[in-house]
Design a protein around this ligand. Structure first.
Ligand code: SF4
Ligand code: SF4
Ligand code: SF4
Length: 281
């Protein structure tokens, strides 16, 4: 039985998780597909297998999907890609964002009309790896790989110690994988150098001794794979959703302002752009 779970991101874009079995041969074939299209290909192949009433993906489905999809790759390109982990609706680790947050990002990216810019400035056919990539993870586990996107977002919830009496249940200490919360000389301490703002200690504290001080997203900018890979650089703050939108807006503008050629944002990203994004809000 195929289990399907579709998380609607907007009328045009769907983050989708389809649970299907794959034969070993089909898995092997899929592993040969370039990483930057593998996820899209996987979804297309599973769609096709489902359409053909198969409960298992076989090499035949990959070959057929290749005909239908890879040969028409250019038609699938939107100029940007917005991916999110499935966490917000289905994962206990998720730090919730506003219900329309992903829609707002998508609307912003559509308005920028990145595709026209790419078409105008590229000599060859546009390829997926030229798209502006935004990747969102709703906790520091980072399942959507925000570290290797032009803009990577990681949901964050900053804890703070209040004056409410602590009952010394130790639940926060036991729950912190980073060992960032502990007692020192009888006082509760949060080490913000180690803290990844995962929300666990806040959720666990029954006495409101630890509460949420700020919620939003950490932003990583300029991440990429390819010949010269680089992890996105952390802008260093927790940003509200509106601030995130402003920073994405600026990042796209940097990309669109290129006078010649159409390099990806992560290829033009440098210290000057980093500082400029940091000062955007
Ligand atoms: S990144 Fe976190 S919230 Fe998202 S799916 Fe992974 S564990 Fe769940
Ligand atoms: S927010 Fe997460 S990482 Fe930070 S102290 Fe609490 S449990 Fe530890
Ligand atoms: S979870 Fe709250 S009450 Fe329990 S030890 Fe931590 S701060 Fe104290």
């Amino acid at each position: 039985m195929i289990q399907e779970n579709i998380l609607k991101v907007s009328n045009k874009l769907y983050k989708r998780v389809v649970f299907m079995k794959w034969s070993d041969e089909a898995k092997k074939e899929l592993s040969k597909v370039p990483f930057f299209v593998r996820k899209k290909v996987k979804i297309k192949v599973e769609d096709l297998a489902k359409e053909l009433n198969s409960e298992k993906v076989l090499p035949f489905h990959l070959a057929e999907a290749k005909n239908r999809f890879l040969n028409n790759m250019e038609k699938e390109i939107k100029g940007f890609s917005l991916e999110a982990c499935f966490g917000e609706k289905n994962c206990k680790n998720a730090i919730k964002a506003s219900p329309d947050f992903l829609n707002k990002i998508e609307s912003l990216l559509l308005k920028k009309d990145i595709l026209s810019f790419l078409k105008k400035n590229s000599k060859d056919k546009i390829k997926f790896h030229q798209e502006f990539r935004v990747s969102v993870s709703f906790c520091p586990n980072s399942c959507s790989r925000p570290q290797i996107s032009d803009i990577g977002l990681i949901a964050a919830s900053r804890p703070v110690v209040t004056d409410e009496p602590c009952i010394k249940c130790m639940s926060c200490v036991k729950g912190c994988v980073e060992r960032a919360v502990f007692f020192k000389n009888g006082s509760l301490v949060i080490d913000y150098e180690k803290c990844l703002f995962c929300n666990e200690c806040i959720k666990r504290c029954p006495a409101k001794t630890i509460i949420e001080e700020k919620k939003g997203f950490r932003i990583l900018a300029g991440g990429k794979l390819g010949r010269h890979p680089r992890l996105g650089k952390d802008l260093g703050e927790i940003y509200t959703e509106n601030e995130v939108l402003k920073i994405i807006d600026s990042a796209v503008d940097f990309m669109l302002s290129q006078k010649k050629g159409a390099k990806r944002f992560s290829d033009i990203f440098n210290d000057e752009i980093f500082e400029s994004l940091k000062n955007r809000v």
